[in-house]
Design a protein around this ligand. Structure first.
Ligand SMILES: [Zn+2]
Length: 469
């Protein structure tokens, strides 16, 4: 089945063809590690995970590179405000970021290059831009990209070249579309940078934000690659500037498909600290929400539509996932006994519909509809007592395959109703011991449970989950 994606560069849905058959090189603008990532950030990382898993579902081998911006205006500003050296300051948030990815069951990228480990590559790229006449050093000693020299500037964000202000420079990493200007590739040291400084042919300083992505994508994916993703707010200036730097340096088309995801809203409004609707992932898990519930909400809307996040939607996700949990329990129970129909038609209809939906620019609502259809069909056959164990197993298999993309179903997690009573009793005793902070007893009970062939995994809020060892 052919995959189709909406390519922002062309403003239309297009058939996807990779440069090398069966392989996809994908670059994703990663976090700026100056704080805990919020759920708006995670909406973008979730979309990228869904994209990656869908490519894998269709048999592609994906090489994904996600950068970590650990030097830029914001990391320097906040590390100085905190009085902590930049490297130490960002290390804390890098670690938190990887923990958060795990909580949300986001598949790891193949490479997570950190900007501070790639400054020589950035300097080399700026040297090439200088040699080719696309960059210049200004009186302030910083090096700028001259957008007048690059005829394609503005092609992604569709900027009107007529109204560009020739020779105007901007040194901040982020700026609005109406302040289109020559942007900084290398920023000369100033006292606000403190001890964050590298030597370069243009004197002491540090790289601009945009050059990080151009240098690191080339390092790990080559001069041209298949897909570049990000949130729509990064399209300008960040992605526009990335294109200018990369294509001016190589003279080649840099990226074949640009995929951007829309904003996340909370309670119908833009998320902001002042409105009190600002959530990091940790704010939600502390309230007792599970990673899979948050994941379910974040993948629930098509990536090019605004997603309205509410606490109610988390409650609905919990209900829906419980319904799936109970369904899998029921199918497993049937797998043990009985003979009859094998659910061939229901499974193949749902599988076809799911694949067709995801191939169509990640049409998640159609894909979820196919899953619900199979759930209803399975329950109907079970109600009629006509489902065979082979049929139930086939249905479970279909959901295992769906979950390679969805990543939230836990098809094979056995819930406590199916465990031997003595194992459940020990697990309950252990929960009580943990609540009483009697960790010696808790460890002893864990070992006893293990001897009976089960594993107990701790969950938030003193809950636990049992698994067969
Ligand atoms: Zn980037």
């Amino acid at each position: 089945m052919g995959l189709e994606f909406f390519n922002t560069m062309e403003r239309q849905v297009m058939p996807f063809e990779s440069i090398r058959p069966g392989e996809v090189g994908m670059y994703t603008c990663g976090p700026t590690v100056y704080n805990y990532a919020h759920i708006g950030n995670f909406r973008a990382y979730m979309f990228e995970d869904l994209l990656r898993r869908t490519l894998e579902f269709f048999g592609y081998r994906v090489r994904q590179v996600m950068n970590l911006t650990d030097v830029d205006d914001k990391t320097i500003r906040d590390s100085r405000a905190a009085g902590i050296p930049l490297r130490e300051f960002t290390a804390k948030f890098k670690k938190a970021f990887f923990e958060d990815l795990k909580t949300l069951n986001i598949e790891p990228a193949e490479v997570y290059p950190a900007a501070t480990d790639h400054v020589p590559q950035m300097i080399r790229l700026i040297e090439i831009l200088m040699e080719k006449g696309f960059a210049y050093q200004a009186e302030d000693k910083s090096v700028y990209f001259s957008i007048d020299k690059f005829a394609d500037y503005g092609k992604l964000a569709k900027i009107d070249r007529e109204n560009q202000r020739s020779g105007v420079r901007i040194s901040t990493d982020e700026y609005a579309k109406d302040s289109v200007a020559d942007f900084a590739l290398w920023k000369a040291w100033d006292e606000l940078d403190g001890d964050v400084v590298w030597d370069s042919p243009w004197g002491k300083g540090r790289p601009g934000w945009h050059i990080e992505c151009s240098a690191m994508s080339t390092e790990y994916l080559g001069e041209s690659f298949d897909i570049h993703t990000g949130g729509i707010d990064n399209m300008f200036p960040h992605h526009e500037d990335e294109i200018a730097q990369s294509e001016a340096a190589t003279g080649k088309k840099w990226v074949n498909y640009w995929l951007h995801c829309a904003h996340l809203m909370v309670d119908g409004e833009k998320m902001s600290k002042s409105l009190g609707n600002f959530y990091t992932l940790r704010d939600l898990t502390t309230k007792g929400w599970k990673g899979r519930e948050i994941r379910w909400v974040l993948i629930g809307a098509h990536y090019r539509k605004k997603l309205n996040f509410t606490l109610d939607s988390l409650g609905q996700a919990r209900e829906t996932l419980t319904r799936f949990d109970e369904f899998f329990d029921r199918m497993r129970a049937i797998a043990k006994t009985g003979d009859g129909t094998e659910a061939l038609e229901a499974v193949s209809a749902a599988s076809d519909a799911f694949a067709k939906a995801m191939a169509d620019d990640l049409n998640i609502s159609e894909a979820l509809a196919a899953m619900f259809e199979l759930l209803r069909a399975g329950n109907r056959l079970a109600d009629e007592e006509t489902l065979s164990n082979a049929g139930a197993e086939r249905i479970l298999d279909a959901f295992r395959k769906f979950d390679t993309v969805i990543g939230a179903l836990e098809v094979d997690v056995i819930r406590s109703s199916e465990f031997p009573p003595e194992v459940v009793k020990l697990a309950e005793e252990r929960k009580a011991a943990r609540l009483a902070k009697n960790f010696a007893a808790s460890d002893r009970l864990r070992d006893e449970i293990a001897r009976l062939g089960y594993v107990v995994e701790d969950q938030p809020k003193q809950e636990y989950r049992l698994k067969k060892a």
